[in-house]
Design a protein around this ligand. Structure first.
Ligand SMILES: [Zn+2]
Length: 298
């Protein structure tokens, strides 16, 4: 965030909210029925914040989040179009060949998480120990979420500044996730394979990235029907499932073009035609906006 701390009034009283600054690092927020709560003034509050939300996350941290509609980022005006594939190998691949891996937990942190989960399974219900272990697990998970959010913010800002038009796959992530296991009457096929893929989707923060792109570049994000983008050769246009040599490698059975499978798909997406994903015309589509997390309690 830009350093706009100094411009924030020391006290602000309005219909919806009440926040005041106590010192450089400490603020107070009025919470109905709870009174004034102190918080660590961790980030600048930009002008235009209209309301706030006080929440507690899984790690037991309280947050004061101000709802700010991010200003749309001006298109660079260079006529450049980018396609972005929600990758299987990386979180997002650009048609430029860039791969954007969304950070999760480091190997050491994942090991610790597994150890904690085993410990949780052994801990007696309702015991203090169980509570402590659960809290430690929640803190690790919250760290992962923070990293994903941070990644989505930075990656989306970078992309909307560089390209006029951003094309992404129109994916129903929820549906894909739910259908893997199948129902009793119709057990899913390739369950294990799909479950791995779905974990990847959820971990990657893809949905978050797309939402942020739409926030920052309203009218410049186009959703493309994803049919066959993973099997289509971006060089000659042939569609053949056998061209998908592995998760990572695409090798066209017709023309021999070879490349990173996710980048190949991103190039097809960049060349795709927009489908009106939410019934809009791609220009005046309403966008859902999530408040930025601006302040974090101590
Ligand atoms: Zn080809």
């Amino acid at each position: 965030m830009p350093g706009t701390c100094g411009t924030w009034p020391s006290s602000s009283t309005g219909r919806q909210w009440d926040v005041r600054r106590v010192s450089r690092k400490v603020g107070q927020v009025w919470v109905p029925k709870a009174g004034w709560l102190r918080f660590r003034w961790s980030r600048a509050v930009p002008p235009g914040a209209k309301s706030y939300r006080v929440t507690i996350d899984r790690a037991g941290r309280w947050h004061v989040a101000f709802a700010v509609i991010p200003d749309p980022v001006a298109a660079p005006g260079n006529g450049q179009v980018v396609g972005i594939d929600r990758g299987v190998v990386v979180s997002a691949a650009l048609s430029t060949g860039e791969l954007l891996p969304c950070p999760g937990l480091a190997a050491r942190e994942r090991t610790r998480l597994r150890r904690l989960q085993r410990r949780l399974a052994r801990a007696k219900r309702g015991s203090n120990r169980r509570g402590r272990v659960r809290h430690a697990i929640a803190r690790l998970r919250a760290r992962e979420t923070d990293r994903r959010k941070d990644w989505a913010e930075k990656a989306s800002t970078d992309i909307v500044r560089r390209f006029d038009v951003i094309r992404v796959e129109d994916l129903q992530i929820g549906n894909m996730t739910r259908s893997a296991r199948g129902t009793r009457g119709d057990p899913g096929r390739n369950v294990r394979q799909k479950a791995g893929l779905n974990r990847g989707i959820l971990r990657s923060g893809w949905g978050l990235l797309v939402r942020r792109l739409e926030d920052k570049a309203p009218g410049r994000v186009e959703k493309i029907r994803p049919a066959f983008t993973s099997q289509r050769c971006s060089a000659c246009g042939q569609v053949d499932r056998d061209s998908r040599e592995s998760q990572a490698v695409f090798r066209c059975t017709a023309c021999g073009f070879a490349g990173h499978a996710d980048v190949n798909a991103a190039i097809s997406i960049a060349a795709g035609h927009a489908v009106t994903a939410r019934g809009g015309d791609g220009v005046t589509r309403p966008v859902n906006r999530e408040p930025h997390l601006l302040l974090q309690s101590a």
